[in-house]
Design a protein around this ligand. Structure first.
Ligand SMILES: NC(=O)c1ccc[n+]([C@@H]2O[C@H](COP(=O)([O-])OP(=O)(O)OC[C@H]3O[C@@H](n4cnc5c(N)ncnc54)[C@H](O)[C@@H]3O)[C@@H](O)[C@H]2O)c1
Length: 339
């Protein structure tokens, strides 16, 4: 399967197939220096599969987790690229989850004012969500993604085989983004989660979610309008993530809780049944005022108001400009209901 994403600067393919990372050289020029950026948890065999197709490859193995998106780590990668005498005509290949994709993309966007970049996402979250859309970023201390760019890759390779080594908690965490796609855009994805075996239908779930994201980002590459619906569950989710120090609660887990806060009760009950299938934490307690404090400081909040994405009917999202105080009420109601 293949999808093509159009951006204002370039059009790039997403190859979606078991084993597609064996054939990168058929689609991308690897006859130049290649910097493979990966992390310590990615199995050596994936890196070797890619490395052996390149004329001259270097590997930067980062620490894993959100700390890999620090400015310090970004600097180490750039220093290593300079040491390897990489030029603007060379290539960066990311092999890893959203963290490695974001870091590598930002390195590619800025090293010598931009060099080409290929993304090989290896988590459900990155295959479904972060590998498409062109957003790349690093963190400034604890402030996530505050330094970044819109910088599309020249190609993305989604190989489901790479998910076999992914820890289960991360596997389910990423599927929340697919469930979100079902809730905001394509009710048939929600149906699959509700009625079908998720593992057996993984390829279809990922494909349909990518189609959703492609359609939305093509319509609104720079998030001036409809792309905002992708933030469904994220305003409260980010607040929870910050409250739990970005570590104790994974991104998808936090978004799942955030989505619960902004849907009607009948839908909430159906979503909770799916969360059980996905082993997502629902019994999470938090201090409302502290979570609210993080949301108040959200970069999207202005003059005491914020755009909140809501879903009343599966497959349809709408944007509502609300007072921040409304978010406090939602947090209060759901702090009790989540238990
Ligand atoms: N750019 C975007 O549009 C966008 C969208 C959503 C999220 N993000 C970013 O994505 C990041 C989260 O991504 P993530 O959930 O993929 O986390 P991650 O990259 O940290 O990966 C999760 C864990 O799984 C390990 N791992 C990855 N692939 C593996 C595999 N195949 N086998 C074994 N272990 C593997 C990693 O080492 C890590 O420990 C966040 O930094 C978030 O800000 C970006």
């Amino acid at each position: 399967m293949e999808l093509t994403v159009k951006t204002h600067t370039l059009t790039y393919p997403i190859y979606i197939e078991e084993g597609c990372i064996n054939n990168i050289k058929d689609h991308v020029n690897l006859n130049r220096k290649v910097m493979i950026i990966t992390d310590e948890n990615i199995p050596e065999e994936y890196i070797e599969t890619v490395r052996k197709q390149c004329k001259e490859a270097f590997v930067y193995t980062s620490i894993s987790g959100e700390d890999a998106k620090s400015l310090e780590n970004y600097q180490y990668v750039c220093e290593y690229m300079l040491e390897c005498q990489m030029s603007r005509a060379d290539l960066v290949i990311a092999i890893g989850g959203g963290v490695i994709g974001d870091l590598s993309g930002f390195v590619a966007a800025t090293y010598m004012r931009g060099i080409e970049f290929v993304n090989i996402p290896t988590t459900t979250l990155s295959q479904i969500d972060s590998s498409i859309g062109g957003k790349v970023a690093v963190n400034l201390g604890l402030t996530k993604n505050i330094i970044g760019a819109f910088y599309p890759p020249i190609a993305v390779f989604i190989d489901f085989q790479t998910l076999k080594s992914l820890p289960k908690r991360h596997y389910y965490n990423g599927l929340v983004e697919a469930l979100k796609a079902g809730l905001i855009y394509d009710s048939s994805i929600f149906d699959l989660f509700e009625t079908a075996d998720i593992d057996d239908n993984l390829a279809e779930i990922i494909y349909k979610s990518l189609v959703m994201k492609k359609n939305v980002v093509e319509e609104d590459e720079f998030e001036m309008g409809i792309r905002k619906i992708l933030n469904f569950g994220h305003t409260i989710g980010h607040g929870l993530e910050s409250y739990f120090n970005l570590h104790d609660l994974l991104h998808g887990e936090a978004v799942a809780l955030g989505m619960l806060c902004v849907v009607p009760d009948e839908l909430k009950a159906r979503m909770l049944a799916i969360y059980q299938k996905l082993n997502l934490p629902t019994n999470v307690s938090y201090e409302v005022n502290e979570v609210y404090h993080y949301i108040e400081n959200d970069k999207k909040a202005k003059h005491g108001r914020i755009s909140l994405i809501k879903v009343d009917e599966i497959g349809k999202a709408y944007i509502e400009d609300v007072e921040l105080e409304e978010i406090r009420k939602l947090l209060e109601v759901n702090a009790c209901q989540a238990h």
